[in-house]
Design a protein around this ligand. Structure first.
Ligand SMILES: N[C@@H](CCC(=O)N[C@@H](CS)C(=O)NCC(=O)O)C(=O)O
Length: 264
């Protein structure tokens, strides 16, 4: 998946106009805070939050597929939001697939990457749902990549985003009979940025109005919708599709008319 072009499967559902094809890990890098672009793993702790050391994964999680040298262990990290298109850490392998028992929801507020303190954006988290299934990308990190990735994600996801780590079972699309243990970052209702449920129209309005250091909230929504369209018709996310449809309905209200443009 890394840097390759996933061809859109035939019969993909109509909806967001998918640009040519989804380049999962390439394309223009979203904006970051002013100043030098931090290398993965070097983002300084920019929040007032205490210096939280990266949570080391459970022994089972990091014991998977140990390489020749025993202490170099492999870890899978599951991404289902911005990590799908912008992991920004070094990894050795990646798989498209899904986790069961969770549904993706735009219920986490974001005052850094896709919003501000005055106008928090909305990004995704996982909701425990016995009937749920969430598609995304799992990345395998090995050796030194493990600590680098965890250090970087601790800042990006935990310190700046309010996410916590959770162990999930990931089913690769091509080998669903060989599931993998993976680490996921989940925003629980106990984190201060959690916004919780809202009508999809209200979520769409908020997304249309917000932007942050990583770019517009609409880009976040559409890149995720792009990915989902390319996963194939079997990968349904009705919540995401309803928000994209609501954005399509609302967009004319947010787009200046020719007359208004002529006035500027
Ligand atoms: N943890 C989810 C969601 C991650 C996510 O979207 N986190 C936000 C933090 S609030 C982020 O990193 N945003 C970067 C961006 O919007 O480009 C994932 O695995 O993708």
């Amino acid at each position: 998946v890394r840097g390759t072009q996933l061809e859109r499967p035939s019969g993909a559902r109509p909806g967001v106009s998918v640009r040519r094809s989804f380049r999962a890990h390439a394309g223009d890098q979203p904006r970051r805070p002013p100043g030098p672009i931090p290398e993965p793993g070097t983002m300084k702790q920019e929040s007032a939050a205490p210096n939280t050391p990266p949570r080391s994964p459970s022994p089972e999680l990091s014991a998977q597929h140990p390489r020749d040298d025993d202490d170099a262990q492999a870890l899978w990290i599951f991404g289902y939001g911005s990590l799908v298109w912008r992991p920004d850490f070094a990894y050795s392998d990646s798989r498209v697939g899904f986790v069961r028992g969770y549904s993706r929801r735009f219920w986490q507020g974001d005052t850094f990457h896709r919003g501000s303190d005055k106008m928090p954006g909305r990004v995704v988290t996982l909701l425990e749902d016995h009937e749920g299934c969430t598609w995304g990308v799992a990345y395998q990190v090995q050796g030194e990549q493990v600590s680098e990735a965890l250090k970087y994600l601790n800042v990006r996801e935990a310190v700046l985003g309010g996410y916590d780590t959770k162990e999930v079972t990931f089913y690769p699309q091509d080998t669903p009979d060989q599931p993998l243990k993976a680490l996921a970052y989940v925003a629980t209702p106990q984190n201060p940025g959690y916004l919780g449920p809202a009508p999809e129209e209200a979520i769409a309005t908020q997304i249309l109005a917000c932007r942050g250091f990583s770019g517009h909230n609409l880009e976040y929504l559409l890149r995720l919708a792009d990915f989902m369209q390319l996963c194939g018709p079997q990968a349904q996310d009705e919540h995401l599709a309803a928000i994209v449809d609501a954005v399509g309905t609302l967009l004319p209200c947010f787009c200046p008319t020719e007359q208004a443009l002529a006035l500027v």
